[in-house]
Design a protein around this ligand. Structure first.
Ligand code: SF4
Length: 316
C-alpha cells in the first residue's frame, strides 16, 4: 500500500537552514499545474479546502519525527509545510500550526498563494512565522501559461489579496519567482512582476529556475543572461533580491530508517545521486537500498542537466 509520510527530513534549505518538512496534502492535489512542477502534473486540481488528515494525527507524526531527529543530535531550524500539492487546500492548516507551536520551532509555509483571497486561508497563514508566496507572472496570459491555474481562479484577486495579507502580517514574507525560458523570462513580464513586488516589499525576492526535472519535459530554465537581466530589473526597485538557482547541498539528515527517509524526502524533494550517497553514509547503508526501491517501482531515476535525480514514484 502507498503510505504517505507526513513529516520528512530535515532537508537542507537555502532559505530555512535545516527544515523539517510537513506534507499535509496527499499526492498530488493542487490549485495549479505548473509547467515546471517537480512533482509532475497535478492529479487532482481543486480549489475547495478539504479535511485530508486529522490535525491531531498529523501533529503527532510531526512531534514523533522531531523527537527522532533530536535524539540523533540533528538540528531543526524550521517546521515547513511543503506538500505534495498546495498546503492551503488543507482546511486544518491553522489548527495544525497551533498544535505544533508548543515545540517552540519556527513554522514556515510555502504556498502558491492562489487561495489567499479567502479570509480563512489568510487567517491560517497569519499563524506562521515565515511565509513564501509564489509570484511567477504579472499578467493573466503568462500566469495561465506558466502556472496553469484552476479555471475558477483570477490573477487580480490573488495579487490584490497578497497585498492585503502582507498589510496584516508582521513576520517574514518572501517571494519566489520561477523563470521559464520563452514564457515569463522576457523584460516586459519581469517588469510587471517587479512592479507588483515593489508594492509588496518582501523581506527577500528570490529568482529561481527549475533545478529538478519539470512536469513538462520540453520546459527549459531561463538562460543565464535572462536570469541576470531579471536580477537587474528586480534590483532597480527591490532592495533584497537573491538567486535560488544553486544546489542546497547534501546535508540531508538521517533518522536511521533509511528507506523511510529516502521515500519521504524524495516525495517532495527529488535528490541528486551524491546527496543520496551522503545520506546512505550517515545511515551506514549501501546503494543496494536505492536499487531495490527503484526495482520495486517506489523510486524513479531521471537525468536532468547531466545529473541523476531520484524521486518518489507517485500513484496514478
Ligand atoms: S509547483 Fe507547487 S503550485 Fe505549482 S503545481 Fe507544483 S505543487 Fe502546485
Amino acid at each position: 500500500m502507498f503510505q504517505i509520510m507526513k513529516a520528512f527530513g530535515p532537508v537542507p534549505s537555502r532559505r530555512l537552514g535545516h527544515s523539517l518538512g510537513i506534507n499535509n496534502i496527499p499526492p498530488k492535489i493542487c490549485t495549479y499545474s505548473c509547467v515546471y512542477c517537480q512533482l509532475g502534473n497535478t492529479i487532482n486540481m481543486q480549489v475547495e479546502r478539504q479535511n485530508f488528515y486529522k490535525a491531531e494525527e498529523l501533529a503527532r507524526e510531526v512531534k514523533q519525527k522531531v523527537r527522532e531527529v533530536k535524539e540523533k543530535g540533528e538540528p531543526i531550524d524550521y517546521l515547513t509545510f511543503v506538500s505534495d500539492g498546495e498546503p492551503t487546500l488543507d482546511i486544518n492548516l491553522g489548527r495544525e500550526i497551533e498544535l505544533l507551536k508548543p515545540l517552540d520551532i519556527k513554522i514556515a509555509v510555502i504556498t502558491n498563494a492562489s487561495l489567499i483571497w479567502r479570509e480563512d486561508v489568510r487567517e491560517d497563514l497569519r499563524k506562521a512565522d515565515w511565509v513564501s508566496l509564489k509570484v511567477d507572472a504579472g499578467s493573466k496570459e503568462i500566469w495561465r501559461k506558466v502556472n496553469r491555474p484552476h479555471k475558477s481562479l483570477e490573477l487580480k484577486a490573488v495579487l490584490d489579496e497578497i497585498l492585503q495579507f502582507a498589510s496584516s502580517f508582521n513576520r517574514e514574507i518572501i517571494t519566489e519567482t520561477m523563470l521559464i525560458q520563452g514564457i515569463n523570462d522576457n523584460c516586459e513580464e519581469i517588469g510587471k512582476i517587479t512592479d507588483f513586488l515593489a508594492q509588496l516589499r518582501p523581506v527577500k525576492a528570490y529568482l529561481a529556475i527549475p533545478t529538478r526535472p519539470p512536469a513538462l519535459k520540453k520546459i527549459k530554465a531561463a538562460s543565464e543572461s535572462a536570469i541576470n537581466i531579471a536580477y537587474q530589473i528586480f534590483s532597480q526597485k527591490l532592495s533584497n533580491v537573491e538567486y535560488l538557482i544553486g544546489y542546497e547541498g547534501n546535508a540531508f539528515a538521517s533518522t536511521g530508517k533509511v528507506e523511510d527517509d529516502l521515500l519521504s524526502i524524495t516525495s517532495v524533494h527529488p535528490m541528486r545521486e551524491e546527496a543520496i550517497t551522503e545520506l546512505l553514509k550517515k545511515a551506514n547503508a549501501e546503494w543496494a537500498v536505492v536499487t531495490r526501491l527503484v526495482e520495486q517501482n517506489k523510486l524513479t531515476e531521471t537525468e536532468y542537466q547531466g545529473k541523476k535525480f531520484y524521486a518518489r514514484k507517485l500513484p496514478r
